[in-house]
Design a protein around this ligand. Structure first.
Ligand SMILES: C[S@@+](CC[C@H](N)C(=O)[O-])C[C@H]1O[C@@H](n2cnc3c(N)ncnc32)[C@H](O)[C@@H]1O
Ligand code: SF4
Length: 299
């Protein structure tokens, strides 16, 4: 299922050093992977960034390598941990995440929650659920699992597939019954999570700014997205984008310093366009879709 292993590349050492040197001015850093907890040097990098008290680290992980030591550090630092869990049925989980053990996942969650009880009980846990045909029926089971394991957020991530017409990609399907079922299950899930006080993060729409339809003239003047002023994302191969949805990269870290990319003509182009227009051509039209069933309208 995972698509981020198609290019053979390495984040240059100088870029890691640059990130560490920027620690005192960064507010958030998300480690996405691959699986960062599997990297030999990750513990050193994480520890070098720890003294920056304004910096919140966030790790997207399968969680299977979280031991007592990591759990203690994460809770003390209030590091946000996003577990990738695509099924709460053990067999299905293990078939989607080949090689993973559901028992180990539960152990990891227990370690995190015991450490939270001991060191700091802030909201640290999110769950990323990549939605596809084979795990659609897991949606009604999610609220109980989220509550039992003290997750505060759920991110529903529509699956990305490489082959067009892949039956797993319900978001490309023209099957009306399947589309209606997905819509119904998602709406029920969002309602139940809301009742439990669990936040829903709609992946596709994090790029949007204020989504309220009745904007004041003052609000209308503001750019709909602030990513070109706030965020860089390093992708596979070293390409740098602002955010998952952006179509055009703003640079590549294999050859350029992050600071060069931050001041590059491409990123300036994004900034100027977003300041001038409601929906600049440079941007992904999905970012400007305000419709209620936007998940299913995406394709
Ligand atoms: C690429 S993984 C890397 C981080 C880590 N190894 C993990 O398992 O979470 C980052 C996120 O992408 C999601 N992901 C993996 N394959 C995907 C796909 N085909 N479509 C959409 N999201 C996917 C994962 O579930 C995970 O939440
Ligand atoms: S495509 Fe444009 S609106 Fe969408 S996240 Fe990128 S910069 Fe923001």
């Amino acid at each position: 299922m995972c698509l981020t292993k198609n290019r053979d590349w390495k984040l240059p050492r100088e870029r890691i050093e640059e990130i560490i040197s920027m620690g005192p001015i960064l507010e958030n850093i998300t480690w996405y992977g691959g699986e960062v907890l599997f990297l030999e040097n990750f513990q050193i990098i994480y520890d070098l960034l720890r003294p920056n008290s304004q910096l919140r680290q966030h790790i997207v992980t399968n969680g299977l390598l979280i031991d007592k030591v990591w759990a203690k550090k994460f809770t003390i630092d209030e590091t946000h941990i996003t577990y990738s869990i695509d099924a709460v049925d053990p067999k299905l989980y293990e078939s989607i995440r080949r090689g993973a053990s559901f028992t180990d996942l539960l152990k990891s969650l227990d370690l995190m929650n015991s450490a939270r009880t001991k060191y700091s009980d802030s909201d640290l846990l999110s769950l990323n659920f990549v939605l596809m045909k084979s795990n659609l029926d897991q949606l009604p089971l999610l609220p109980k699992f989220l509550k039992n394991h003290r997750f505060s957020h759920l991110n529903i991530v529509p699956v990305t597939t490489l082959k067009p017409g892949d039956p797993e990609n319900i978001f490309e399907s023209s099957d009306k019954n399947l589309i209606n079922k997905t819509d119904r299950l998602l709406k029920n899930l969002f309602r139940e999570c809301q009742d439990l006080g669990i936040g829903i993060h709609e992946w596709y729409f994090q790029a949007q700014g204020d989504t309220t339809k009745d904007k004041t003239p003052e609000e209308k003047k503001k750019p709909i997205c602030f990513k070109p002023w706030t965020k860089l994302q390093i992708c596979e191969g070293g390409d740098v984008i602002l955010e998952q949805f952006c179509i055009k990269p703003v640079g590549n870290v294999v050859n350029n310093m992050l600071l060069e990319i931050w001041n590059s003509s491409m990123i300036i182009n994004y900034r100027e366009n977003l300041l001038k227009k409601e929906a600049p051509e440079i941007c992904n039209p999905t970012c400007f879709d305000q419709s209620e069933n936007r998940y299913l309208n995406k394709y």
